[in-house]
Design a protein around this ligand. Structure first.
Ligand SMILES: Nc1nc2c(c(=O)[nH]1)N[C@H]1C(S)=C(S)[C@@H](COP(=O)(O)O)O[C@H]1N2
Ligand SMILES: [Mo]
Length: 198
């Protein structure tokens, strides 16, 4: 392993934005646990269902009609790449949850194709998460989760479910795909929470 001093790497490269154990990349690697599901927009829907059995559903035109934001965020994959200043367009989860009444504390996010990931509901709210459908001024490419993916940049990027289909609100936490395979349940890159025991 090569150790660079802070001075040598230079602050302009953004090391103060690089969590421990991460390296910077300019490309946008693709990490998918299975094949890319194709979801026609006229059949696409996004669902939030609550612990009391209430179901909230948005079609693609309904999603497009909602106010969007254009976050620029740093993203951090648990396989150690980080990409700074990525530019997205998406609907804040706060907007979607305006209509949702819940006292659940946990969210299980699920995708077309079967991927799941879990996180505390509060990590989806207060400006921390988006349902993103554009990247770098273009439609979100299918390999990167298009038509729409979750974007939760403050946690390792495996929490940002591609091809997202819905969120189940739960009174008790339920581990998702990587979380039940030994990855950390929460996944804060700044605390280097990669694996269950970290
Ligand atoms: N549905 C789904 N979402 C997913 C994944 C996946 O395999 N399936 N991989 C996760 C992981 S580990 C990472 S790092 C990011 C990768 O997103 P990218 O392929 O756009 O870089 O998506 C996350 N979301
Ligand atoms: Mo990842």
């Amino acid at each position: 392993m090569t150790i660079f001093s802070r001075g040598f790497r230079g602050r302009s490269r953004g090391d103060d934005r690089l969590p421990p154990g991460q390296y910077l990349t300019e490309d946008f690697p693709v990490l998918s646990a299975g094949p890319t599901p194709r979801v026609p927009l006229d059949r696409w829907e996004f669902t939030v269902d609550t612990e009391t059995g209430q179901v909230h559903r948005w079609t693609w035109p309904e999603l497009m009609a909602l106010p969007y934001e254009t976050p620029t965020v740093d993203i951090h994959c648990v396989t150690s790449w980080s990409k700074l200043g990525t530019r997205w367009r998406g609907v804040s989860l706060d907007v979607l949850f305006e209509q949702v009444e819940t006292s659940a504390e946990y969210a299980l996010v699920y995708s077309y194709g079967g991927y799941t990931t879990n996180l505390p509901l509060e990590d989806l709210l207060d400006g921390k998460a988006w349902l993103a459908y554009r990247f770098d001024d273009e439609e979100l490419a299918p390999r990167h989760g298009g038509p729409a993916r979750l974007l939760v940049p403050h946690l390792y990027f495996w929490k940002s479910a591609k091809w997202v289909r819905g969120i189940r609100l739960l009174a008790e936490d339920w581990p998702g795909f990587w979380e039940s395979a030994g990855y950390h349940n929460y996944g804060d890159p700044w605390r280097e929470q990669r694996y269950a025991d970290d």
